[in-house]
Design a protein. Structure first.
Length: 242
């Protein structure tokens, strides 16, 4: 499969790129800094990647980069960039729509605050105490919903190195809702109380970068189960190693 990664030198982008190479995909990296990419990949893997070094806000370049790609994984920018982040995503989305030779399968990075809180009509990003910049993920999600593209938005909690994850865990996947157990009595809480409850349980949403990367790469089929869904990931811990 031909896959382009926007933001291929970032924490998640570089892992998507490397895992994609290991899986045998034809990977394209869209980056600002080729030297950083080469340092991260190493000599062994560099030869397996097509590299585009250019301005991600150049609509013509992005349009051309998407030609004949089967999928795009958008890991460029971060919510703290504010309007710039929203513009980056909007530009890539627009070119995905306009590029007739692009299949339309997209993964984009969001955050756990985009997921529905069970038994309520709330999402974390709208709760008091949540960083206001997280709402930029909400804006990107709203932009996705306006398209006819085959997209999924990955909504992890805090991403950490794989070595920090216990051995005896299984991946728990949800669509549109938080991947942790929330009691039904939560619906009786105030928004501030719900926010406090979620903050106290943030560690339950820790997920390894590599597990996020592999999950997206494993679900690139058109019209798959996660089409136009927000995806949550967490670990189910067990006491024995299976």
């Amino acid at each position: 499969m031909k896959i382009i990664v926007f933001g291929a030198t970032g924490n998640i982008g570089k892992r998507v790129l490397l895992q994609g190479i290991k899986m045998g995909h034809e990977m394209t990296a869209f980056v600002r800094n080729s030297e950083k990419l080469y340092d991260q990949l190493g000599e062994h893997y560099v030869k397996h990647v097509r590299v585009i070094v250019d301005d991600i806000m150049d609509s013509v370049i992005v349009h051309e980069a998407l030609a004949h790609q089967d999928a795009a994984i958008i890991a460029a920018g971060h919510a703290g960039q504010g309007e710039e982040f929203v513009r980056i995503v909007d530009n890539i989305m627009s070119q995905c729509e306009f590029q007739t030779s692009f299949s339309g399968r997209i993964w984009i990075m969001g955050g756990a605050g985009l997921l529905d809180i069970p038994h309520t009509d709330l999402i974390g990003n709208n709760l008091p105490g949540f960083p206001p910049e997280y709402r930029n993920h909400t804006r990107n999600y709203e932009r996705l919903q306006q398209t006819q593209l085959d997209w999924s938005i990955m909504c992890p909690g805090t991403m950490i190195d794989s070595k920090e994850i216990p051995v005896a865990v299984r991946l728990h996947v949800t669509m549109d809702t938080l991947p942790i157990l929330i009691q039904e009595t939560t619906k009786e809480y105030s928004e501030a109380e719900i926010a406090g409850h979620l903050f106290s349980r943030l560690q339950e949403l820790n997920i390894a970068y590599d597990d996020v990367a592999i999950f997206m790469l494993d679900h690139l089929e058109l019209g798959g189960a996660f089409r136009r869904k927000r995806v949550g990931l967490a670990y189910l811990r067990s006491t024995t190693v299976s």
